[in-house]
Design a binder for this molecule. Structure first.
Ligand code: NAD
Length: 468
């Protein structure tokens, strides 16, 4: 049993109450997490405020070195943290699982450490000199989801720290332990109060909602569902907080008729089933041209049958359980509805516990719930189309606009199709491949603001223009 504590002002702080954390593979309780009171949150914000003056006054080199120390700590602790992610999140250690997640956390930490936002000279002539400076905001509140608890935490925390802000992070109550442990470890290399962690169980007096409204927090970086993102935006209005909202997606993939169905099967599968489909920018609807529809389905199903699912701690598994009961029930309901409307090619019914077999259902259309709604689970709907205009219309017929993909052997044509898709990222012959040097963010209801690269870092700063 793992009895986690919060880290506030560099100190280990227990809460008066705790809640249980379960392993989704086995149902066993693996630990307890603090159920923070609002006073605990106030203490964390106060600690971050107290640490801000010294941290924000550090030179660019000092901030860079401190962030590199964070990256090194992650590397040293990667295996232990990966195992904790698997225990509470369910994803396997291997494949695109928790070791891969920790690899991403390290890559992003290192890359972000190396970025900087130097003064930009806008004008320097006989009329005068104009300089654009970037200044840290103050205390940043980070609210994270349960699908990639540590990689997303690093996406939030590193650019905030690198630009001179201090942070209070609140992980999802479904996966609090890895974040609590990571923050404890990172406090070994960071000054007290620079990075604080609180956890709560999302019941009455939600810590997340209170953070979004908290007068001591200058910005919220939020990754989670569209519905919660809207609440965050409402709560943040009164204190005029800066916001980065990375919300839900319902990404479409469009397979053009010139594809080799066998060659794309593996990429289609992992583009959709990465982390069991519990990935914001996973491919959640697949549109396939009539002429190769049946062959694409056949090869995709054949590949899917080779992928082992089971307890994430077993080294050979590549897919784990759905993370929690609420999500499992949502997937089960969408699949039950889709069964009545389409042709189940694979899976189609819940397994034991929280295991839901990889499910592929063809014969569906826009308007069917599994196509229109974000399933956030291992169930892919396939829709047949006749011409590319129709496919683009189907793909854009969604309130979401996170990512999309086009699959074709003609890259020039694929890029033309990509340019007509309403989303923040489009991949050609792959899906969801993010990288730290390319901005990532949603359009439409999938949120606003971007993460990663210089553009992402700028979101943790205010501009100050100096005229002389
Ligand atoms: P969620 O919205 O239920 O929870 C996200 C976080 O918000 C959790 O920490 C939760 O405790 C907190 N929260 C709950 N109520 C709150 C409130 N009123 N105010 C502030 N915070 C509150 O999302 P989830 O189920 O954890 O994650 C799944 C969703 O996240 C999916 O829709 C997925 O697409 C999305 N997601 C998006 C991205 C992206 O980058 N766009 C990445 C990962 C996940």
């Amino acid at each position: 049993m793992y009895a986690a504590h919060m880290t506030i002002g560099g100190r280990a702080v227990p809460a008066a109450a705790t809640f249980d954390v379960k392993n989704p593979s086995t149902g066993a309780t693996i630990g307890t997490a603090p159920n923070a009171s609002l006073a605990d949150l106030d203490a964390a914000v106060a600690a971050a405020q107290a640490a801000f003056p010294a941290w924000s006054q550090k030179t660019d080199d000092e901030l860079q070195r401190a962030c590199l120390a964070v990256a090194e700590k992650l590397t040293a602790q990667a295996e232990d943290l990966a195992r904790l992610i698997t225990l509470e999140q369910g994803k396997p250690l291997n494949g695109l699982g928790s070791r891969w997640e920790m690899g991403g956390a390290q890559t992003w930490a290192r890359y972000t450490s190396g970025l900087s936002l130097p003064m930009k000279l806008l004008q320097d002539d006989a009329q005068g000199r104009v300089e654009l400076h970037r200044k840290p905001l103050g205390v940043v509140g980070s609210i994270t989801p349960w699908n990639f608890p540590l990689m997303i935490a690093i996406w939030h925390v590193l650019p905030a720290l690198r630009t001179g802000n201090t942070v209070v992070i609140k992980p999802s109550p479904h996966t609090p332990l890895a974040t609590l442990r990571m923050v404890e470890l990172l406090n070994e290399v960071l000054p007290a109060g620079v990075l604080n962690c609180v956890t709560g169980d999302d019941r009455a007096g939600s810590i997340g909602a209170t953070m979004a409204a908290h007068a001591g927090i200058r910005k919220i970086v939020f990754t989670g569902s569209c519905a919660t993102g809207q609440k965050v935006m409402q709560s943040a209005a009164l204190s005029m907080k800066r916001l980065t909202l990375e919300l839900g997606g319902n990404d479409a993939g469009i397979v053009l008729p010139d594809c080799d169905p066998q060659a794309i099967a593996e990429g289609l599968f992992w583009g959709s089933f990465i982390n069991n489909g519990q990935t914001c920018a996973a491919m959640k609807r697949l549109y396939v041209h009539d002429s190769i529809h049946d062959a694409v389905c056949e090869h995709l199903v054949a590949y899917a049958k080779t992928v082992p699912m089971g307890d994430g701690m077993a080294e050979h598994n590549l897919l784990g359980p759905v993370q929690n009961r609420m999500q499992f029930d949502k997937v089960a309901a969408l699949v039950a509805d889709a069964r009545k409307k389409g042709d189940v090619l694979l899976g189609g019914a819940p397994g034991d516990g929280l295991f839901f077999p990889a499910t592929i259902i063809a014969g569906l259309k826009n308007g069917d719930a599994l196509v229109d709604e974000e399933q956030f689970g291992p169930a892919l709907p396939i829709v047949r189309y006749k011409d590319v205009d129709e496919a683009i219309g189907f793909a854009n017929d969604s309130p979401n606009g996170l990512g999309g993909s086009v699959w074709s052997s003609d890259i020039t044509h694929a890029k033309q199709v990509a340019s007509r898709m309403e989303c923040g990222s489009v991949w050609i012959n792959k899906h969801g491949a993010i990288q730290p040097n390319a901005p990532f963010g949603g359009t439409k209801s999938s949120g606003f603001g971007v993460e990663f690269a210089e553009d992402g870092m700028q979101e943790y700063t205010d501009q100050q223009v100096v005229f002389s």
